[in-house]
Design a protein. Structure first.
Lengths: 30, 187
């Protein structure tokens, strides 16, 4: 997903990352 | 619960992992699209004002979840665990449904402000649909990452303990700041 996002553009990569970060914060992984 | 302890069964575990990931991504897509569908109300606002509102929402979410307003106010969340009945019957089907419910972010506890910040971004950011879909896929994948990493870990209980240890105090604040920082770059 991240690679797909980076290939699309930087904003897309940021979108993927912030989604993943928010989800990981729920599992106590961050 | 989804991955049985002891000996690993690669084929079964893989099917459970894929089912859980698919469910989590589907669930997060549903929530993200529902929030995005309401976002048009804020679209006419100038970018600086939308960014300010997102920052204000993030600050409020942090204060209520982690900060001085913790005991005075609550944010909407489902204060219960996803019922075990979800996993009844087929384990693969149960994993998909469990993942879906986890992916929506609506069916169980939300112990971090970061998902609220994310919702504020989708609601207020006037983002194109492609970015909303990527946010949702990132969220769904993030929900599934702990299980997927567990699939590849040799000793499951030890791995889970290490993965979940020691981040409860600052993790939610750091992740919320990261989400806010990224969000402001998108708006």
């Amino acid at each position: 997903l991240l690679m797909l996002g980076v290939a699309y553009d930087a904003k897309a990569a940021i979108a993927v990352v912030i989604g993943a970060v928010a989800a990981l914060s729920l599992s106590g992984s961050i | 619960v989804l991955l049985l302890p002891g000996k690993r069964h690669l084929d079964r575990d893989l099917r459970i992992g894929i089912a859980y990931l698919s469910g989590a991504v589907a669930g997060s897509l549903v929530t993200a699209l529902a929030v995005w569908a309401c976002s048009g109300v804020f679209a006419p606002l100038p970018g600086w004002l939308r960014a300010g509102l997102i920052a204000a929402a993030a600050a409020l979410a942090w204060m209520i979840k982690q900060g001085p307003l913790r005991r005075r106010f609550t944010l909407p969340e489902n204060r219960r665990q996803i019922p075990a009945e979800v996993l009844g019957g087929s384990l693969v089907r149960g994993a998909m449904q469990f993942g879906f419910e986890m992916g929506t972010g609506l069916r169980t506890y939300v112990p971090s402000p970061a998902p609220y910040v994310l919702a504020a971004v989708v609601m207020l950011g006037d983002l194109p649909l492609a970015e909303v879909l990527l946010i949702a896929m990132g969220f769904g994948t993030g929900r599934a990452i702990p299980l997927m990493l567990q699939l590849s870990a040799g000793e499951r209980s030890r791995f889970t303990d290490e993965f979940l240890r020691g981040s409860a105090e600052f993790g939610p604040s750091i992740s919320s700041a990261l989400v806010l920082g990224g969000a402001l770059l998108l708006v």
